[in-house]
Design a protein around this ligand. Structure first.
Ligand SMILES: [Zn+2]
Length: 115
């Protein structure tokens, strides 16, 4: 499990609460899809097209990244959380878009078999 250390307490709770309400309200507008977003140099976790408002979420990348982290814990149970984070990130960086797509297919297959 990873700590949610990227989430800081908002300095202005009221303003943040309104932003949260507005952002969640965007769900009702639809146009949100899952896509494996390919990029030669970056890990793109999602994108937004300002022309049509569509949002794509790179769920395959999230799943592969999470799998690599948790599977490092299982494969190397004596490792610290810090070591797992470092090595899981290194493993992810070893993969190109085709490698992520292939591992995602294998991960989904393994998850179906476990269900
Ligand atoms: Zn962990």
């Amino acid at each position: 499990m990873m700590k949610r250390q990227h989430l800081n307490k908002p300095a202005r709770p009221r303003a943040s609460n309104q932003l949260f309400t507005d952002v969640v309200g965007e769900l009702g507008k639809g146009g949100i899809t899952v896509a494996h977003i390919r990029h030669p140099h970056l890990f793109v976790f999602g994108d937004h097209d300002p022309k049509n408002g569509k949002i794509r979420i790179n769920t395959p990348l999230f799943e592969v990244m999470t799998y690599l982290h948790e599977a490092c814990h299982r494969a190397r149970p004596s490792w610290s959380e810090r070591a797992v984070r470092i090595w899981a990130t290194r493993l992810l960086k070893m993969l190109d878009d085709d490698g992520i797509a292939d591992l995602h297919r294998r991960l989904r297959k393994a998850m179906k078999q476990a269900a």
